[in-house]
Write a protein that binds this ligand. Structure first.
Ligand code: GLU
Length: 283
């Protein structure tokens, strides 16, 4: 299989040094392996993504000296594909409707005797309650039931869920690791507003685009555990993962989209030479 990796930003803000580090890590790995580097725009959230941010991302990455294969995949153009995945999982009885609001879930976490992990698995509503909510026309999300997934796969296959980590998890995890979907809980696979959700779109596209190596920040390490489960349920291959450290600013905090001062656009406006930034980041 051809070494293929991707940088998959969500156009919800401007790129910062942390994104530059991530994109350069993937791009350099693809170049060194004689492989492919893809850019994917993960814009399924209509409330937070916009075309202006997307254009800015492309400009910033060009400025940084990166190139990528065309066409760029834009997830908002493929919502029907993700809906098919949600349907397929639903037809196998793996999903349940969740009418709870974010606040309901947070309140439940506060009340949970065994901490957040328990609350992240709210479980199906009682049948009569669900019927009442449906007849009222209330909006709902679809959640993946880990209990049903485990029943379907069987305990042996469940215990065998694993992935290869060639980078490092937040606790230094490395090598072949057991995937523990429990840490993520009954994740939402179709949001109330978007009809799909990150875990569906990202696993679908990694499979479709034959991504052999997922290279991304360690903040997404936990997500890998649930993504391995979705790949297994859908019969998709599990790529190799390389999670990398997150860059921190002078104050020791990791860069975030809200810190406008460290955007690449700002550095460019200040006249920084991209080669200087690349060298600073170790490339
Ligand atoms: N779109 C995600 C983000 O902006 C990254 C997804 C991924 O690399 O798997 O954080």
């Amino acid at each position: 299989m051809m070494f293929t990796t991707r940088f998959a930003p969500s156009p919800t803000g401007r790129l910062h040094r942390g994104h530059a580090f991530s994109a350069l890590t993937g791009w350099t790995a693809a170049r060194d392996a004689g492989g492919r580097f893809l850019l994917r725009i993960e814009d399924i959230d209509p409330t937070r993504c916009n075309a202006g941010h997307e254009t800015a991302i492309l400009n910033d990455l060009h400025w940084l000296g990166l190139d990528w294969e065309r066409p760029v995949r834009r997830q908002s153009e493929h919502l029907a594909d993700y809906a098919t995945v949600v349907d397929a999982l639903d037809r196998r009885g793996l999903l349940y409707r969740c009418f709870r609001t974010r606040k309901d879930i947070l309140d439940a976490i506060g009340d949970a005797p065994h901490g957040p992990a328990e609350a992240a698995r709210p479980g199906p509503h009682p049948t009569d309650e669900e019927a009442a909510f449906l007849s009222e026309g209330r909006a709902f999300a679809w959640r993946l039931s880990l209990d049903r997934a485990r029943d379907l796969l069987g305990d042996r296959a469940w215990a065998g869920l694993s992935f290869v980590e060639e980078g490092r998890g937040p606790m230094g995890e490395h090598g072949r690791l057991r995937a523990r979907p429990e840490t993520a809980g009954d994740v939402v696979l179709a949001r109330k507003d978007a009809g799909t959700a990150y875990h569906v779109a990202v696993t679908h596209d990694d499979a479709l685009q034959r991504v052999s190596h997922v290279i991304r920040g360690e903040d997404l390490f936990e997500a890998t555990h649930i993504q391995v489960l979705i790949q297994t349920l859908m019969g998709w291959p599990t790529p190799v993962y390389r999670h990398h450290r997150l860059l921190t600013g002078p104050d020791g905090r990791r860069y975030a989209k809200r810190d406008a001062s460290v955007t690449l656009a700002q550095l460019r406006a200040e006249g920084l030479d991209p080669r200087t930034l690349r060298a600073e980041l170790g490339f």
